[in-house]
Design a binder for this molecule. Sequence first.
Ligand SMILES: *Cc1c(COP(=O)(O)O)cnc(C)c1O
Ligand SMILES: [Zn+2]
Length: 412
Amino acid sequence: MKYVLGARCVRCGREYAAVPGLTTCACGGILDIQYDYAAIRRDFSPRVLEGCRDWSMWRYRPFLPVEEDSPAPPLRVGWSPLYRADNLARTLGLKTLYVKDDGLNPTASLKDRASALAVVKAMEAGADTVACSSTGNAASSLAGNAAAAGLRSYIFVPARAPKGKVAQLRIFGATVVSVEGSYEDTFELSKAAIEKWGWYNRNAAINPYLSEGKKTVSLEIMEQLGWHVPDYIALSVGDGCTIAGVWKGLKDLASAGFIDKLPRLISVQAEGCCPINRAVQTGKPWAPMEEDTLADSIAVGVPRNPDKAIGAIRESHGVAVNVSDGEILSAMGLLGRTQGVFGEPAGAAGTAGVKKALELGLIPADSTVVSIVTGNGLKDVANGVKAAGEPLSCPPDMDALLSVFRRAGIAP
Ligand SMILES: *Cc1c(COP(=O)(O)O)cnc(C)c1O
Ligand SMILES: [Zn+2]
């Protein structure tokens, strides 16, 4: 790996060689991959990217910790659209808003970025089986990316995982264990099983390569914005690996001279489960919380990556904002109606956070904001219907249609 120097513990600073099966530090701390930015700067630039026709996350290879001769995995992950969301901006009273629809990845969430990287590292490690525990999307993305690469997968999900995500897992041929317990219980069981059978571990806060995959969302946002840095990037937060990855990507770009300043992060959590934001807001160490929200992907009462996440929010002089389930459902409808983008609850939560941050005066109305939609609404149709309601019901008859419209107050 031409540009990788090694891995360093974020807690004690101990350094490790970046071998494929790397997990956590001996002290229990999470590792962070280190790069030779001077070398990247020498070989790579916005100019080089202009000639690149690889429309996937692999266009940023010099920023990724994979061997030069490792082939990119088969599924096309990344280069999701960044929409200028003028309709929604106008509705919110915000100057400039962009929506990055990462629900358009192959298994329909941002997690594909991490899973694609995990699959490459698993192959480099010579593994034939990969495993993880997940609230749903990490699992379905791992199962899909593993299937395409010819790897077996073992997946542990909490029993509350939405049906759409479980269906994806089964379709991708994973062995799926639905754990009768919380996400915390699920994680612990997967950890014990991974230790027993020696599978390649895709658990995000344990495997330091995964946030390196997730960071490609930031690299794309910046390239899609022509390297013009927005004021804020908003996204929802569960374990904290995604926001840590987003921040890492931005700092990588700054270190390699692609951008000359950094945006501030807007960390959005659910009111019923916001241990990371609570720590940021109170300045106290984080403490576990109940998992009381319908946004299953961010219902994480015991976050696995709180230190990197809290560090990223603080370092960026970021904003922490909590949203209710009602505000999340309303943002799902708003994104759909104004921009034609369908996010799952955790996917639309970032946008709910932008709205709330504006209302609370936490961000100025003349800001330029990028809101990341982290997962697709088709994964969780039950909450989609909850957000937008049932259709009008009508017999196949024009007179009946007229009276149905009249009763609903619709005048075409
Ligand atoms: C996983 C996930 C998140 C949060 O990512 P973390 O790394 O757990 O903080 C947000 N939205 C969706 C749709 C996700 O799947
Ligand atoms: Zn350590």
